[in-house]
Design a binder for this molecule. Structure first.
Ligand code: G3P
Length: 219
């Protein structure tokens, strides 16, 4: 089954008191679609969203620190205690060092927290494909938030990344600039197992309609 992640980032329309309403609007057009959906909500909204929507909720980031004196961090342990099962890591808007990536993966594994590790280039996909994770998300930073999608702009890299991932037992997701059904379909045809999307859905005039057309292409 393909995976579709909607990243809520820190947009006003998808955070704080708007986060639950956004998820309700998004979920409305999804009945009958055969794919896995995850909403990557702000850390500030994880608990309220998780209580209402259960396993549909994932984190945008976590730190490899246990529970304890770590002001301002997002402990993997706290996420796990809240029942969160997936998190993005190393998103282009929240990059961390390679050493921290390794420490974070180890920490996540200790609590069965599934990591979706973001890679900004072909080289990073190859490097990350050797790590002990199940998902790699290829997102070219220069296309994030724009109208040209990763699948139309970088088909060769997506194809190669999909093959590197599959030969290492990983699933490849792609994101950046994904706005249309065609963008989503192209990603899957190139070998991706799903997409990450943000502005094309959460900033759309009708987020529910925007998501349901992407979901249709993936299911
Ligand atoms: O994590 C997904 C995100 O970075 C893509 O953003 O706005 O190009 O869909 P956007």
């Amino acid at each position: 089954m393909n995976l579709l992640i909607v990243n809520f980032k820190q947009y006003e329309v998808s955070t704080g008191s708007n986060s639950i309403g956004m998820i309700k609007a998004l979920s409305s057009g999804l009945s009958g679609t055969k794919l896995q959906i995850l909403y990557a909500v702000s850390s500030t909204d994880l608990l309220a969203c998780r209580e209402k929507f259960g396993d549909l909720i994932m984190a945008q980031h976590f730190d490899p620190v246990p529970s304890g004196p770590h002001t301002g961090k997002v402990s993997y342990n706290t996420l796990s205690n809240m029942g969160i099962k997936y998190s993005l890591l190393n998103h282009s808007e929240r990059r961390i060092s390679y050493d921290l990536i390794l420490a974070s993966i180890d920490a996540a594994r200790s609590r069965q927290l599934e990591v979706v590790l973001c890679a900004a280039s072909r080289e990073e996909v190859k490097k990350f494909a050797e790590l002990d994770i199940s998902y790699i998300a290829y997102e070219p930073p220069e296309l994030i938030g724009g109208n040209i999608s990763v699948s139309t702009s970088k088909p060769d890299i997506v194809r190669e990344a999909a093959s590197v991932c599959s030969s290492n037992g990983k699933r490849l997701l792609v994101g950046a600039g994904v706005k249309t059904e065609e963008d989503a379909r192209a990603a899957v045809l190139l070998g991706a197992s799903g997409i990450l999307v943000s502005s094309g859905v959460v900033l759309a005039r009708s987020p529910g309609t925007a998501l349901s057309s992407l979901a249709k292409a993936l299911s």
